[in-house]
Design a protein around this ligand. Structure first.
Ligand SMILES: *[C@@H]1O[C@H](CO)[C@@H](O)[C@H](O)[C@H]1NC(C)=O
Length: 150
């Protein structure tokens, strides 16, 4: 009985991991998120001797964009990538339906990310609005929580 329970635990643990991430088609070379939906690269830049690459990302589903966030990874050689916490989520009035595409500049040891804040208005005309927005960070924490509308 003891052995049976042990085997059952190992089996269910394995099945749980396998059910979360099916890596059959997971890229071995190109950057891909740990899980979820990915679209275009954003804010590609070199900062403090490392490359940073952001991308349009829905961490909650691989089937639909959802409310798009910016995924984030960094690399020293553009081959080995380290996944970092999601850089920006749709959490402001002007980007609540999506932190859409944008780019980066680095000046005076600060990384600035310019992006389009997207807000849906279902059933209205027009049915959405978009705003140019800016986020910046001195990147010790890598959390881009300083956002503003332009
Ligand atoms: C960066 O520093 C220079 C020199 O102090 C300054 O003129 C410039 O405005 C700074 N850039 C930003 C974006 O603050």
């Amino acid at each position: 009985m003891h052995t049976f329970c042990y085997i059952l635990i190992v089996f269910t643990s394995f099945f749980k991991i396998y059910a979360e991430v099916n890596d059959r088609y997971y890229p071995r070379y190109h950057l891909a998120p740990p899980r979820g939906w990915m679209n275009d690269p954003n804010g590609f830049c070199k900062f403090k001797n490392e490359y940073h690459l952001f991308y349009q990302h829905n961490p909650d589903s691989s089937l639909a964009p959802g409310d798009i966030s910016w995924g984030h990874a960094k690399s020293k050689d553009l081959f080995h990538w380290e996944h970092l916490p999601i850089a920006m989520r749709p959490d402001q009035d002007y980007d609540r339906s999506g932190v859409f595409s944008g780019s980066a500049i680095v000046e005076n040891d600060t990384m600035y990310l310019f992006y389009t804040g997207h807000v849906n208005h279902p059933g209205q005309s027009p049915d959405h609005e978009e705003h140019q927005a800016l986020a910046g960070a001195q990147m010790e924490s890598l959390l881009l929580n300083i956002k503003t509308i332009l």
